[in-house]
Design a binder for this molecule. Structure first.
Ligand SMILES: *[C@@H]1O[C@H](CO)[C@@H](O)[C@H](O)[C@H]1NC(C)=O
Ligand SMILES: *[C@@H]1O[C@H](CO)[C@@H](O)[C@H](O)[C@H]1NC(C)=O
Ligand SMILES: *[C@@H]1O[C@H](CO)[C@@H](O)[C@H](O)[C@H]1NC(C)=O
Ligand SMILES: *[C@@H]1O[C@H](CO)[C@@H](O)[C@H](O)[C@H]1NC(C)=O
Ligand SMILES: *[C@@H]1O[C@H](CO)[C@@H](O)[C@H](O)[C@H]1NC(C)=O
Ligand SMILES: *[C@@H]1O[C@H](CO)[C@@H](O)[C@H](O)[C@H]1NC(C)=O
Ligand SMILES: *[C@@H]1O[C@H](CO)[C@@H](O)[C@H](O)[C@H]1NC(C)=O
Ligand SMILES: *[C@@H]1O[C@H](CO)[C@@H](O)[C@H](O)[C@H]1NC(C)=O
Ligand SMILES: *[C@@H]1O[C@H](CO)[C@@H](O)[C@H](O)[C@H]1NC(C)=O
Length: 438
């Protein structure tokens, strides 16, 4: 028995090494083409000034931009000055002392930083597709809210030098941790239509591609996974210190609800305050193998928010499990398979139902959401052995969660024991039948 379990662990360890060595070229292998594209459309050239429309498209399958939202920055090549802006605003006006008397320009900074307006901003400050408070949803969850746009009118600068008729600024930033933006490049001009028949086009269009890499942030895990199974009474908890250790610097936590009457920091504070635990993660995902039927098996997933005050809106969970290709039913979550390398159909994204559980409330408000999955046992592969029923990878809002180590997975009870039991049951039933027939 001892050697057998050793063997099982070995298989596991080998499997996990293979999973973790899968190639990743600095981007997320589950979303290899994911990016945020900034599009800069030159709308009109008015001799002294230029009108542009700037759009930010979130082309990522599951990573979204949450509050406090994007802060778009760039560097002008010369002394351009933003005279007016609609649908967004510059954080600082800068030094506009050269413009005495007349209307003060909107922003005179060489490196302006633009933020979105809040929903419900005054009508005369709006523009099409604006005013989402800097929030962008992922491509999967809500295609209507993955773009933000604003328009501006700015004064040309004679000192700008560039190869094209327009001087495109450089060094774009999104103000979001982990994102870096490449150089702007010219693309075919954006076309648009006003009546559906005739297509107009802007004067010139430039794109800037920004990509996310966890290695660009001071990366610490933000969630962990625990397991349990109907055939085992123990819960396999999140690994110790998954996200931080209690008592470490920057490991503020609150012990119980009693202290929640104390003064709490603002929700937007960079460091979230979490409930004290041995793993110190703000999010815990629990995977429970709930039931086994003849052809199906059932899993219950519970996501618990351990932040004292932070709510997660538009949360999502990406799961990798080989049996997801035979997913039969999902209760109370949305589900969509994700295209992966090799098209294994073993990865999918779950997110909340609108107005029902798309908001994962803070811990203080009893924050958890749950679902059950019904999966068709793929006869060639399905087994309760070797932790096959547990996920290979889970990420919450794009951040990979820390999993228990494979040798801690819930073990099957002594299988020979079960076999004898069911054999006895069979024998008993047969006896019963024979007695009835006699
Ligand atoms: C950015 O994402 C879009 C949409 O998925 C894709 O078409 C484009 O090729 C991506 N750009 C880069 C540079 O990866
Ligand atoms: C953009 O950044 C690069 C590298 O830091 C710098 O050399 C360049 O001058 C910057 N561009 C502008 C317009 O300031
Ligand atoms: C603002 O700009 C003007 C003209 O460029 C300059 O004389 C002045 O010192 C600047 N003021 C500050 C506070 O930088
Ligand atoms: C500038 O605009 C003129 C027409 O207005 C065009 O012929 C020329 O190719 C443009 N130059 C560049 C570099 O785009
Ligand atoms: C430029 O960005 C737009 C999104 O506004 C996208 O549709 C287009 O494919 C991009 N072009 C290139 C060449 O990446
Ligand atoms: C979280 O959501 C609840 C319920 O909608 C709300 O009462 C609370 O103010 C929200 N908390 C924050 C920090 O936004
Ligand atoms: C994945 O699903 C697609 C569409 O249902 C199917 O065409 C493809 O063969 C599947 N791939 C595998 C490896 O099962
Ligand atoms: C599970 O999915 C795979 C791939 O799509 C398919 O070949 C297999 O027949 C399915 N099994 C069941 C039991 O539906
Ligand atoms: C498994 O069951 C067999 C037969 O009942 C017994 O001999 C053996 O000791 C059990 N092994 C363990 C690890 O419980």
């Amino acid at each position: 028995m001892y050697t057998k379990s050793m063997g099982n662990s070995l298989i596991f360890i080998v499997f996990f090494i293979i999973v973790s060595i899968t190639p990743s070229y600095g981007y997320d292998p589950l979303d290899p083409f994911g990016n945020i594209t900034i599009t800069w459309d030159f709308l009109s050239d008015n001799e002294d000034t230029i009108d542009v429309k700037v759009s930010i498209h979130n082309f990522q399958l599951f990573r979204h931009v949450e509050e406090p939202g994007w802060k778009l920055g760039w560097t002008w090549r010369g002394h351009e000055v933003i005279l007016a802006m609609f649908g967004a605003e510059a954080m600082e006006q800068g030094n506009c002392t050269l413009f005495r008397g007349q209307d003060k320009p909107h922003c005179c900074k060489k490196e302006p930083v633009i933020i979105d307006l809040m929903p419900g901003a005054p009508y005369n400050m709006q523009s099409a597709n604006c005013c989402k408070g800097g929030v962008l949803t992922s491509l999967t969850q809500d295609v209507t809210k993955h773009v933000a746009s604003f328009q501006m009118n700015y004064m040309k600068s004679s000192t700008s030098i560039s190869g094209s008729n327009f001087s495109m600024p450089e060094n774009f930033t999104l103000g979001l941790p982990g994102y870096s933006c490449a150089k702007p490049f010219e693309v075919p001009p954006t076309k648009f239509t006003k009546n559906g028949h005739r297509w107009l086009q802007v004067l010139e269009t430039w794109n800037v591609t920004c990509t996310y890499s966890p290695f660009l942030t001071s990366y610490t895990p933000k969630c962990c996974v625990s397991f349990s199974a109907f055939y085992h009474s123990d819960i396999v908890p999140c690994p110790l210190c998954s996200c931080n250790c209690q008592g470490q610097p920057r490991a503020d936590c609150i012990d119980s609800y009693k202290t929640s009457v104390l003064k709490l920091p603002q929700a937007n504070d960079a460091e979230p305050v979490v409930r004290c635990s041995h793993h110190m993660c703000p999010i815990r995902v629990h995977w429970h193998v709930k039931q086994s039927y003849r052809e199906y098996w059932r899993v219950k997933i519970t996501i618990t928010n351990l932040n004292i005050i932070k709510n997660y809106s538009q949360w999502n969970l990406v799961v990798l499990h080989p049996n997801l290709r035979n997913l039969t039913q999902v209760f109370s979550f949305n589900y969509q398979p994700l295209p992966t390398y090799g098209n294994f159909n073993d990865t999918g994204i779950f997110w909340g139902l609108k107005y029902y559980n798309d908001l994962l409330l803070a811990h203080g408000e009893d924050g958890n959401v749950q679902t059950e999955l019904l999966l068709n046992k793929d006869q060639g592969e399905f087994t309760f052995k070797e932790g096959w029923t547990f996920p290979r990878k889970i990420s919450f809002n794009g951040d990979e969660c820390v999993m228990p180590s494979p040798d801690h997975y819930p073990r099957l009870p002594n299988s020979s024991h079960i076999a004898t039991k069911s054999h006895l049951l069979c024998l008993f039933l047969m006896l019963l039948l024979t007695i009835l027939f006699l």
